[in-house]
Design a protein around this ligand. Structure first.
Ligand code: 3HC
Length: 316
């Protein structure tokens, strides 16, 4: 049987994508497709794990037992999302150790948003409402992506993100019904997290080197700017509902396009943060490396136990 040429295989692969069929781990795929998915899924998983740090900072400072329990549940969820997406990424032939060392060495990216400090309790509200709100927009689209394991992981993760989003919005709504000082704290948090949340969707479409290919392969179902616009259109009415001001003087409803017009993103800040020069980049990487080193004994014990189990089974 004559083997299909690479060209023929690529043609059949694209036809499968165009028919809306999902690509599974055992299917033939262009090496470039595999590499793109490893990059995107790996960064997504890293984002979930690093994203635990800014919120973890406030678990011991939560204003009530209820808030502490909810925040604890959210941070645990993020850990689960990370492990879930790492497992999905491993189906592409990269090991967990390789991904972990890429993160710890600073080689792999994770979402820019987690390189900002969390300065007050209200930041937990801003993160839940804005950051998880942006993630929901992005991940709902990814739930229809062509790579089966990724799409299926997103279905479950989006359900939990909705709880994260609601609890964040409720924190801010409560503060906005509080004292003048509490209202100022909520507004200050949104002032600091609005633009970094807008940056989560990536550079503008014209400056997005990966989008064309990812859209052709239906990994990305919408462009960076389309999802960013969807985030603004959905979030502004929610802000108005609780009396929070979006820190963008150019924000204005456009009757013609039926969307909000908004101001220019500070792209210099964006590229600074994603190239490691953000406020917390060093601190986040150091925390991850320390956690990894402190956890070495757990890995060794688990490995020793697994080896003992295996040798006993072999001897039996
Ligand atoms: N933070 C860090 N790097 C970013 C970025 C961001 N917000 N946005 C873009 N970049 C990087 C890209 O990784 C790429 O660099 P690389 O080629 O070296 O990897 C470069 O900037 C150019 O951007 P592109 O638009 O060409 O890259 P993509 O097509 O990959 O689009 C993306 C970027 C929209 C982030 C896309 O990768 C994506 O949708 N990823 C999956 C979702 C994800 O990672 N979400 C993380 C959010 S945090 C989260 O979900 C946790 C939740 O609990 C809040």
């Amino acid at each position: 049987m004559i083997k299909d040429s690479e060209k023929e295989l690529e043609k059949k692969f694209q036809e499968k994508i165009d028919r809306g069929e999902s690509i599974e781990p055992k299917d033939w795929m262009p090496e470039r497709y595999r590499k793109q998915l490893i990059r995107m899924m790996g960064q997504h998983a890293h984002s979930e794990i690093v994203g635990m740090l800014p919120e973890g900072n406030w678990i011991t400072r939560a204003p009530s037992l209820k808030r502490k329990a909810v925040l604890l549940a959210k941070v645990q969820d993020e850990a689960g999302h990370g492990l879930y997406i790492y497992s999905g990424t491993e189906t592409l032939g990269i090991s967990r150790d390789e991904m972990n060392s890429e993160l710890l060495s600073g080689k792999a990216k994770y979402s820019s948003i987690f390189n900002y400090p969390t300065l007050s309790w209200a930041d937990m509200g801003a993160i839940g409402w804005l950051v998880d709100g942006a993630a929901i927009i992005n991940q709902t689209a990814l739930a229809k992506c062509s790579y089966g394991p990724y799409a299926r992981a997103m279905v479950r993760i989006c359900k939990e993100e909705n709880f994260h989003h609601k609890q964040g919005y409720e924190i801010l709504a409560t503060l906005m019904k509080g004292t003048e000082e509490q209202r100022e704290m909520a507004q200050d948090a949104v002032n600091r997290f609005w633009w970094p949340s807008m940056m989560m969707f990536g550079p503008s479409d014209k400056n997005s080197p990966n989008s064309e290919e990812l859209m052709r392969w239906k990994v990305k179902r919408f462009s960076n700017d389309e999802l960013r616009q969807r985030f603004v259109d959905r979030t502004v009415p929610q802000a108005e509902n609780i009396g929070i001001k979006i820190p963008d003087p150019a924000l204005k409803w456009n009757e013609e396009t039926r969307h909000y017009d908004f101001g220019e993103i500070n792209w210099e800040e964006f590229y600074n943060v994603i190239s490691g020069k953000g406020i917390c980049n060093k601190e986040r990487l150091q925390a991850r490396n320390e956690a990894h080193d402190k956890g070495a004994w757990v890995r060794e014990a688990a490995l020793a136990y697994a080896k003992k189990q295996a040798s006993q089974e072999f001897a039996a």
